[in-house]
Design a protein around this ligand. Structure first.
Ligand code: C2E
Ligand code: CA
Ligand code: CA
Ligand code: CA
Length: 279
């Protein structure tokens, strides 16, 4: 028995060392990736369900790893979070968005929005707001065109700071959106306390909306609630024409998902946009 426990300990230690080694290497390559600009913001269109027009883009980060190819956010954000690299990564994302908005402005386009994802930890950090203020000074961009997506867990982290932060950002004109709405525990609590402008209904409620009456009713009640509170509502993960049709019947949400387009490189957004304008 003793030997067994000792073996388990050795195995455990080996595994830990292995995991720590991996994390260490990933951290190093993340740092290098930032220095060498290996990240790219892909964009996914958001479409008005009434007019069919493009109203904005959500930026989703990709990492062009020199050896491993394109890495999805799910494979590196957790480590970025635990190492604090989420701060420089988040700031990089913000600057990308400002750059893009300024380019549009130069081309006379000043109504489209860009949504970005900000981790709770970064959103609550003291450096977050000053960074946005600096960007507003540096770039010729209206704050209204930037939508900051946060998740319900900012409320769990620090309700008071989160509330103050949202109010302060509002005075500049930035829009705040609650991502993955409905998946947390405190959806209503959140709406009661946070003066946000938009909610995004999580894909899990949209997925089986055509077969599952309950999902459909949940989606409808979230849309109704959003309308009553005068909030914009975005449905994520729309994949089929049937889903679109039902969502149009039960409300007038903004739609986003593979049915319209996967997230794509900026050049491809331009082509996509030209093509959809012509239909
Ligand atoms: P999210 O913000 O909920 O983004 C939606 C995810 O669903 C994206 O995955 C998107 O590619 C995917 N998606 C969009 N439409 C569809 C659809 O019709 N069907 C299906 N099955 N999936 C769809 P992605 O790009 O892998 O991002 C995963 C998560 O990583 C995001 O979830 C977000 O939480 C986080 N993330 C992405 N980019 C950033 C970033 O720049 N900063 C931070 N902090 N987090 C990010
Ligand atoms: Ca999002
Ligand atoms: Ca989401
Ligand atoms: Ca998510």
């Amino acid at each position: 028995n003793k030997i067994l426990i000792r073996d388990l300990k050795i195995e455990y230690n080996n595994k830990m060392t292995q995991k720590m080694k991996e994390n260490f290497l990933t951290e190093m390559s993340l740092r290098k990736g930032l220095e060498q600009e290996q990240f790219e913001l892909y964009y996914q269109p958001q479409v008005d369900s009434v007019t069919g027009k493009l109203i904005g883009l959500e930026g989703l980060i990709r990492w062009h790893h020199p050896e491993e190819g394109v890495k999805m956010p799910g494979s590196f954000l957790e480590l970025a979070e635990s190492t604090g690299l989420i701060f420089p990564i988040g700031e990089w994302v913000i600057e990308q968005a400002f750059n893009q908005l300024e380019n549009w402005k130069k081309q006379g386009e000043d109504t489209l929005t860009i949504s970005i994802n900000i981790s709770s930890r970064h959103f609550l950090a003291p450096s977050f707001q000053p960074f946005l203020e600096r960007c507003l000074q540096k770039y010729d961009v209206k704050a209204e065109q930037l939508i900051i997506e946060i998740t319900e867990d900012v409320a769990i982290e620090d309700l008071e700071v989160a509330k103050k932060r949202i109010l302060a950002l509002r005075t500049y004109g930035f829009q705040i959106s609650i991502d993955d709405f409905g998946t947390g525990f405190s959806a209503f609590h959140y709406l009661q306390h946070f003066p946000v402008q938009e909610i995004k209904i999580d894909r899990q409620f949209i997925q089986d909306i055509t077969q599952n009456e309950v999902s459909m009713r949940i989606a409808k009640s979230i849309i109704d609630l959003a309308n009553m509170l005068k909030l914009k509502v975005v449905c994520e993960g729309v994949e089929t024409a049937e889903q679109c049709e039902i969502l149009q019947q039960i409300g007038t949400p903004i739609l986003q998902g593979y049915y319209f387009s996967k997230p794509m490189r900026y050049q491809d957004v331009c082509h996509w946009w030209e093509e959809t304008k012509n239909v």
